[in-house]
Design a protein around this ligand. Structure first.
Ligand code: NDP
Length: 450
């Protein structure tokens, strides 16, 4: 490893020894930047790596809220404002018991490079809480969101920081958060959050954007090998926002999606999930908030508990991991390769462990890393901000066309950059360097205090 990179990485670990998942994300990016760091000594001269691995600001706060029995519960809230060289901080809020500073630093760090790739003017941030929305009533979620906003409102704004959804935060939560923001500030500042509802500032296609975008990016990768989605068998993990709309786009393109999962298990529908079956899943997950096992009961297909294996054991042509970080380990990556997978597009953030990524790359699998493949969500969030500023709306077709254009541009940028640095088709290196260059140059140009 390059001496400068090694020094920076060691410092990252030394400063926060317990933040393992952040170390993992930092190492993955830093290692792949080596050719750019060697080519442009100015980045070392300006201490860009030391600065880019340190969040500009990290806010932690208390979120007290009353549960359905009138008892006061206390959760921890966070906002990591990682880098604003390119624009206001932008990134989702995650509600999950595993949320802590390390997880949000990993997500915020990834977001900096992802947002840079989108071609839109957005910095990177991430936030959330260790609150677990599972099993909570609507009223409890509302009370929690309101209390979260009591603190968060003072740190956000259309020119400062613009949060959106992530795991555990969908349309319902954004609605409660926006309502609380308006009540506290007396400002109808639609540009302060994205993922809003249609009719009060939300962009069409925002719910679909991450899943659709992931499929668009994967389709671009397939094209480089004269392949297409039509007739292919696809395995997708998760059954939330990203997984649902990745499934929908696969169906539209004539592929057969045979698996979806949640944290307790996964279903195998060898006949393929149809649009009608997908509507059942959307209702199950977004309205009734049930478990994916109910799909198996309804359609009489196989259901396997997570403890008994993973959907990556199924034979497929394309895999789209769309649940959470580190959900594809080395053994599972090997299984996918042995079973003939040709492309892997990461719908989730960092779902493949580093050894798994190595296995895909060594075997010539088309591998789209999350920061490129799942950038469609934040891209349409950027388009939502643009529409809010204009006080105007684009049609579904217009937003979808812009999303497609952005995903194609991200692909081309990552592909060309990989070629420039002598590793043609390595989208990990291509995306990391392409995302990094724009942020690093902006930081050099803006002086040493940013
Ligand atoms: P949702 O909350 O809508 O869905 C998450 C899905 O993943 C659920 O099926 C959930 O199952 C499953 N899951 C969550 N945690 C775990 C876990 N620890 N182990 C196994 N399964 C798990 O989230 P999204 O679909 O929005 O997000 C999925 C991924 O995509 C995340 O990595 C997120 O950061 C990333 N992403 C999301 C974007 C967006 O626009 N929403 C944008 C870019 C990236 P269960 O219900 O049982 O918890």
């Amino acid at each position: 490893m390059d001496k400068y990179i090694e020094r920076v990485y060691n410092k990252v670990v030394e400063k926060d020894p317990d933040q393992k998942v952040f170390h993992q994300a930092a190492l993955e990016v830093l290692e792949s930047l080596e050719p750019a760091i060697k080519k442009y000594p100015i980045f070392e001269e300006f201490s860009i790596l030391e600065r880019i691995t340190e969040p500009e600001r990290l806010i932690q706060f208390r979120i007290p809220w009353k549960d359905k029995d009138g008892k006061i519960q206390v959760n921890r809230g966070f906002r990591v404002q990682f880098n604003s060289a390119l624009g206001p901080y932008k990134g989702g809020l995650r509600l999950h018991p595993t949320v802590n500073q390390g997880v949000l630093k990993f997500l915020g760090f990834e977001q900096v490079f992802k947002n840079s790739l989108t071609t839109l003017p957005m910095g990177g941030g991430k936030g959330g809480s260790d609150f677990d929305p599972k099993g909570k009533t609507d009223a409890e979620v509302e009370a929690f969101c309101e209390s979260l906003m009591f603190e968060l409102y003072r740190h956000i704004g259309q020119f400062i920081d613009v949060p959106a959804g992530d795991i555990g935060v969908g349309g319902r939560e954004i609605g409660y958060l926006y309502g609380a923001y308006r009540k506290i500030t007396n400002i109808h500042g639609t540009g302060v959050l994205t993922g809003k509802g249609g009719g009060w500032g939300g962009s069409l296609i925002r719910p679909e954007a991450t899943g659709y975008g992931c499929v668009y990016f994967t389709r671009e990768m397939l094209k480089t090998k004269s392949e297409e989605f039509k007739g292919k068998t696809v395995v997708i993990s998760g059954s939330g926002n990203v997984a649902q709309y990745a499934t929908e786009k696969c169906i539209q393109l004539g592929a057969k999606v045979i698996a979806l999962s949640d944290s307790t298990g996964w279903i195998h529908d060898s006949e393929g999930i149809t649009q009608e079956k997908l509507e059942f899943i959307k209702d199950l997950k977004n309205v009734r908030r049930g478990r994916i096992s109910e799909y198996a009961d309804k359609y009489k297909v196989d259901y396997t508990k997570t403890v008994d294996g993973s959907p990556w054991s199924l034979k497929c042509d394309i895999a789209l991991p769309s649940a959470t970080q580190n959900e594809v380990d080395a053994k599972e990556a090997k299984m996918l390769v042995d079973n003939g997978v040709i492309a892997v597009g990461e719908g989730a953030n960092m779902p493949t462990v580093p050894e798994g990524v190595e296995i895909f790359l060594e075997n010539g699998i088309l591998f789209g890393p999350g920061k490129a493949a799942n950038a469609g969500g934040v891209s349409v969030s950027g388009l939502e901000m643009a529409q809010n500023s204009m006080r105007y709306f684009w049609t579904r077709e217009e937003v979808d066309a812009k999303l497609l254009q952005i995903m194609q541009a991200i692909h081309e940028n990552a592909y060309k950059t990989s070629d420039t640095f002598g590793v043609k088709g390595n989208y990990v290196i291509g995306a990391n360097i392409a995302g990094f260059m724009k942020v690093a140059n902006a930081m050099v140009q803006q002086g040493h205090r940013v």
